[in-house]
Design a protein around this ligand. Sequence first.
Ligand SMILES: *[C@@H]1O[C@H](CO)[C@@H](O)[C@H](O)[C@H]1NC(C)=O
Ligand SMILES: *[C@@H]1O[C@H](CO)[C@@H](O)[C@H](O)[C@H]1NC(C)=O
Ligand SMILES: *[C@@H]1O[C@H](CO)[C@@H](O)[C@H](O)[C@H]1NC(C)=O
Ligand SMILES: *[C@@H]1O[C@H](CO)[C@@H](O)[C@H](O)[C@H]1NC(C)=O
Ligand SMILES: *[C@@H]1O[C@H](CO)[C@@H](O)[C@H](O)[C@H]1NC(C)=O
Ligand SMILES: *[C@@H]1O[C@H](CO)[C@@H](O)[C@H](O)[C@H]1NC(C)=O
Ligand SMILES: *[C@@H]1O[C@H](CO)[C@@H](O)[C@H](O)[C@H]1NC(C)=O
Ligand SMILES: *[C@@H]1O[C@H](CO)[C@@H](O)[C@H](O)[C@H]1NC(C)=O
Ligand SMILES: *[C@@H]1O[C@H](CO)[C@@H](O)[C@H](O)[C@H]1NC(C)=O
Ligand SMILES: *[C@@H]1O[C@H](CO)[C@@H](O)[C@H](O)[C@H]1NC(C)=O
Length: 628
Amino acid sequence: MLLHILLVASCIASSCAIWPQPLNQSKGTDVRWLDPAVKTTLHCNGAIALLYSHDSSEYQFTGLIHELSKISQVFFGHFQIFTGNKSRHETPNSLSESFLLQAAARETIAQIHRSGFVPWKMHKRHSAFEPDAHAPRQYVSAVQIHQMKCPDSHDFAPVSFFDGDESYELTITNETATIKSNHTIGSLRALQTLQQAFFAHSTLSGSYMPDLPLHIVDRPRWRHRGLSIDIARNPFRPEDLIRTLDAMAMTKLNRLHIHATDSQSWPLDIPSLPKLASKGAYQPNLIWTVNDLSEIQAHGVMKGISVFVEIDMPGHTASIAHSYPDLIAAFNELDWSTFAAEPLSGQLKLNSSAVNEFVSTVLLDLLPRTRPYTSLYHIGGDEVNLQAYLLDETVSSDDPHVLQPLLQKFVDRLINITIQQGLRPIIWEEMLLDWNLTLSSAVDKENTPSTLVQVWRDSQRIEEVLKRGHRVIFGDYKHWYLDCGYGIFLDPYPMGKSPHGVPFNTSGGIPSKLHVPYLDYCAPFHNWRHMYMYDPVANISSDLVDGVEGGEVLLWSEQTDSMDLDSKLWPRVAAAAEVLWAGVRNDTMLEDAARRLGEWRERAVTDLGVRMSPVQMTWCLQERGCNL
Ligand SMILES: *[C@@H]1O[C@H](CO)[C@@H](O)[C@H](O)[C@H]1NC(C)=O
Ligand SMILES: *[C@@H]1O[C@H](CO)[C@@H](O)[C@H](O)[C@H]1NC(C)=O
Ligand SMILES: *[C@@H]1O[C@H](CO)[C@@H](O)[C@H](O)[C@H]1NC(C)=O
Ligand SMILES: *[C@@H]1O[C@H](CO)[C@@H](O)[C@H](O)[C@H]1NC(C)=O
Ligand SMILES: *[C@@H]1O[C@H](CO)[C@@H](O)[C@H](O)[C@H]1NC(C)=O
Ligand SMILES: *[C@@H]1O[C@H](CO)[C@@H](O)[C@H](O)[C@H]1NC(C)=O
Ligand SMILES: *[C@@H]1O[C@H](CO)[C@@H](O)[C@H](O)[C@H]1NC(C)=O
Ligand SMILES: *[C@@H]1O[C@H](CO)[C@@H](O)[C@H](O)[C@H]1NC(C)=O
Ligand SMILES: *[C@@H]1O[C@H](CO)[C@@H](O)[C@H](O)[C@H]1NC(C)=O
Ligand SMILES: *[C@@H]1O[C@H](CO)[C@@H](O)[C@H](O)[C@H]1NC(C)=O
């Protein structure tokens, strides 16, 4: 009896392998296998519906409907039967919360059954850690989802879905796994946890969990838990983001920020301005179509991830000049560093009605297409260059006092369109903190889509934004930039001197700033422990902390494309995801984190095929850590 109580005690610093770490958990040591005939049911409003059972496999719709009516007379009026169509693309019409939940339940069970993750690395060398595959088996044969509010079976509404309560309780005792949640998004998070409770047996004769009874109480620390990926500096494929979404879901991240365009390329098709992508993409076959984007967004919704787009403006826009040269000032100047933070230079003109018209056309084309899947849009606004406006004949000035009112109007217009389109704007910190713009916190009658400010510099900036009354997204370059430490991508000038006669600054002959060992501006490389120890609210006064909406870990892609994306992201993004879900970490947690992240990594490479470095030597994992 005493032994039993000890074993069931809360697991503190070891062997609760769920990633990200739940708020509270306890577990036992009994083994149960997942019943091949497990039934998943939904319980809400006094009704029960069958979400999934083994005999309702892909093409047996009638069987499922029959079963449904047998189990409950009162199943949901418009409850959509999951058709099992493997096709990724879901039109907005076919999305509903009930559909999502059913698909997630089905996918979770299928994934546990097909998992090949045998956790031998987490146990002593050659030890017998698995249950006897030939002994009589006890099964978990029911997954019951008790959701306070029934999932909506009508039109999918991004705001109510993504802003729903993500908290859940998961209890696995005897033959039943019970999920308690308030909203569909909470049930999705619970299913993501359930998947991690099971392991494949090396005989491939089934999946088991070794920790019965298991009890988990969980909820996230922050609402916005994001990853930002730049798909413009180098070529990427839509599949790259689909694969990334699957791995993100395994870490309970819930926002994918696509930095979709930049000065180097414009891969995103805008059908009302077809030349933009046909001339702006690196290659015609590297255009991201309307369908590509909606497939990615729909895939995100299925995983509980809001996928939103950023078209950075007015800086970072040189690629527009390939199709609309008259809209861009200081395009591709030889002396690029005077006009931009990296080659090539080029910026939207600031006082031009043609630019205003262009911007409206882009947004009124794009935003209505993203809105079915997300409530966010990122309007950009970073690194606006003053000198570029000297070469902009609509202003011909680099005086901030001349430019500021024009920039204010430019940003007002972006924010207005975004809000009119029913989306909440996000903007980079410079517009507020360097340019002192007033960011409309417009509150419409139903909601408060006030502008979120994304900070990439330091925690003083976070505090400053909060003081000015805006909600903040953190993720500074000294902690959460994934591209740091790979070395600078620029070459020193030939002969160590810049070419003579550069058109803007004719002094010429400037010595190169680049020297051995050619470090980048944000070196060194931010290893996962460094990212894990990032405390975004360390220097924020406590009365302001509630204004923090969440954070993003970011990848700029000057030296990344499809080939190395996974290994640049993982496992470090998972480390950031645990900070975002479980809250600020401290160094006493590092040893346990190394083990759990090590296990998460094994599961992810086995089940998702995402390629990434090991967290430690296998020897360290087997010995439960290597310390100094
Ligand atoms: C977490 O578990 C501990 C011990 O089991 C308990 O005292 C505490 O109230 C729990 N906290 C939450 C938030 O459930
Ligand atoms: C699956 O989707 C494809 C394309 O959307 C369609 O052609 C096919 O008929 C669907 N299959 C089933 C079984 O619904
Ligand atoms: C559901 O909502 C209630 C009331 O707000 C809250 O106490 C509870 O923690 C929430 N989550 C779950 C899983 O019940
Ligand atoms: C679950 O099994 C335990 C023995 O392992 C038993 O004591 C308990 O009553 C069972 N609970 C239920 C709800 O069947
Ligand atoms: C902006 O353009 C208008 C004409 O289109 C001009 O009258 C005005 O002076 C310009 N503003 C600045 C600051 O150059
Ligand atoms: C933006 O909207 C506000 C409020 O609706 C309005 O007062 C303002 O003139 C608009 N600004 C622009 C640039 O459209
Ligand atoms: C914005 O305000 C700060 C001081 O709060 C000042 O240093 C800066 O020059 C201002 N920027 C502009 C563009 O007015
Ligand atoms: C908080 O302030 C301390 C002391 O200035 C600094 O060392 C630390 O880096 C800051 N933390 C963050 C996250 O900015
Ligand atoms: C031109 O370059 C020289 C040498 O680096 C520098 O001293 C000068 O300030 C530059 N002039 C302008 C207008 O940027
Ligand atoms: C680290 O966090 C744990 C759990 O919140 C806490 O018990 C411990 O005191 C913290 N340690 C330090 C050094 O802050």
